[in-house]
Design a protein around this ligand. Structure first.
Ligand SMILES: C[S@@+](CC[C@H](N)C(=O)[O-])C[C@H]1O[C@@H](n2cnc3c(N)ncnc32)[C@H](O)[C@@H]1O
Length: 106
């Protein structure tokens, strides 16, 4: 049996597969976007996508003129993928790579 801590597990997921090929990939996360819009929060409200990974949610929120965005994930690789996709726009987002702990998941 292979034992991986959570961080190693998720880093391996993003190493082995393109974020475009994972089962949860959405080109446009409509439900999340609709729920955020329905809160009625102003576009300068601080929003954080916890476990955001390489999601396009942050791209869509930037396109909708939200200005105070953060993304947190345990996988630095996933965040790097999103940053590369966003190019210069990535500088307008706060990125947090969470440290892993020794919690076995396999
Ligand atoms: C199913 S994926 C969904 C990713 C993203 N929300 C999306 O819709 O594309 C789960 C995400 O949670 C992250 N994750 C898992 N455990 C975490 C933890 N303890 N802290 C932060 N992120 C975590 C993973 O790295 C992965 O990016």
């Amino acid at each position: 049996m292979i034992m991986l801590d959570k961080k190693s597990h998720w880093e391996k997921v993003y190493q082995d597969k393109s974020p475009l090929d994972v089962s949860w990939f959405q080109a446009k996360p409509e439900l999340s976007l609709n729920l955020i819009h329905e809160t009625g929060l102003p576009c300068d409200a601080p929003l954080i996508d916890v476990g955001g990974g390489a999601s396009t949610l942050v791209d869509c929120l930037l396109a909708a003129h939200y200005t105070h965005l953060s993304v947190l994930d345990i996988s630095a690789r996933a965040l790097a993928y999103a940053q590369k996709r966003l190019q210069q726009q990535a500088d307008n987002v706060q990125w947090y790579a969470q440290a892993g702990r020794n919690n076995a998941v396999v």
